[in-house]
Design a protein around this ligand. Structure first.
Ligand code: ZN
Ligand code: ZN
Length: 257
């Protein structure tokens, strides 16, 4: 399996990071995507540092919507130069977060659009974070992204079947995380049943959003197996089928095939 989204650079892993990585490998997670947003600009290399140190990681670079207000002109030059790093597979996570509003919304939209333009110019896929900002996110993607015909990943998808449909129409892959194992997520369960098998991905978003039965604890890539099992159960297929499809899909999503 591939964990398409995790934050193992987080300080909560400082004491036992190597053990966490070993547990992931033991649990059948062969590759992890180190999301490179870290603590925000000026440091854009949080993911690259992990990927440079470990063969089981590839990385992204990007400015998270929370950190949009920290970006300066130099941020974009640096971001563009890091895209040449051989383990950088995408720009992300980028998008809009109107739940926390850690950066003003107009700044979030500008920084999102800016990164969409950079990704398109460099033919790099994108990883999208969107929270309570669905309509604005889709509008910006339709305007700045859809015309380029490049793939993207809707990370930690928690929406409805209708929302999944809109993301699929834009050419996106839908990534399911721990929330799909939560018992009350009925709309999300329906989306998890209906998204075509060749468009689904798995992720943990570790250290956040641990799946049942680890809910509430620090999440880690080894827990991906719980999410894969729940997805298999919802779709009425074997877990091996989910592992195979999501691994293959990941390579298409990040243009590594
Ligand atoms: Zn996110
Ligand atoms: Zn994340």
């Amino acid at each position: 399996m591939i964990d398409s989204h995790c934050h193992l650079d987080d300080a909560v892993f400082d004491a036992d990071r190597e053990a966490v990585i070993q547990r992931a490998l033991d649990a059948g997670v062969e590759l992890m995507v180190a999301i490179g947003t870290g603590k925000g600009p000026p440091d854009l290399e949080a993911g690259i540092r992990l990927a440079d140190a470990h063969p089981q990681f590839v990385a992204t670079v990007g400015v998270h919507p929370h950190d949009a207000a920290k970006a300066v002109p130099d941020t974009w030059q640096r971001l563009e130069s890091l895209l040449a790093h051989p383990k950088v597979i995408a720009i992300g996570e980028i998008g809009l977060d109107y739940h926390y509003d850690f950066s003003p919304r107009d700044v979030q939209r500008d920084v999102f659009a800016k990164q969409l333009r950079i990704a398109a110019a460099h033919r790099k896929p994108i990883v999208i974070h969107t929270r309570e900002a669905w309509d604005d996110t889709i509008a910006l993607l339709e305007h700045h992204w859809a015309p380029h015909g490049l793939p993207g990943i809707m990370h930690c998808f928690t929406g409805s079947p209708d929302q999944a449909e809109r993301a699929l129409a834009l050419g996106f892959y839908i990534s399911f995380g721990g929330v799909v194992t939560f018992p009350k997520a009925a709309d999300l369960h329906e989306a998890a049943r209906t998204v075509p098998l060749d468009r689904i991905l798995l992720e943990t978003d570790a250290p956040y959003l641990a799946p049942v039965p680890q809910r509430g604890k620090r999440n880690e890539p080894a827990f991906l197996a719980h999410t894969a099992r729940r997805l298999a159960e919802l779709r009425g297929v074997a877990v091996e089928e989910i592992a195979r499809a999501t691994t293959e899909n990941f390579h298409c999503a990040v243009l590594l095939h």
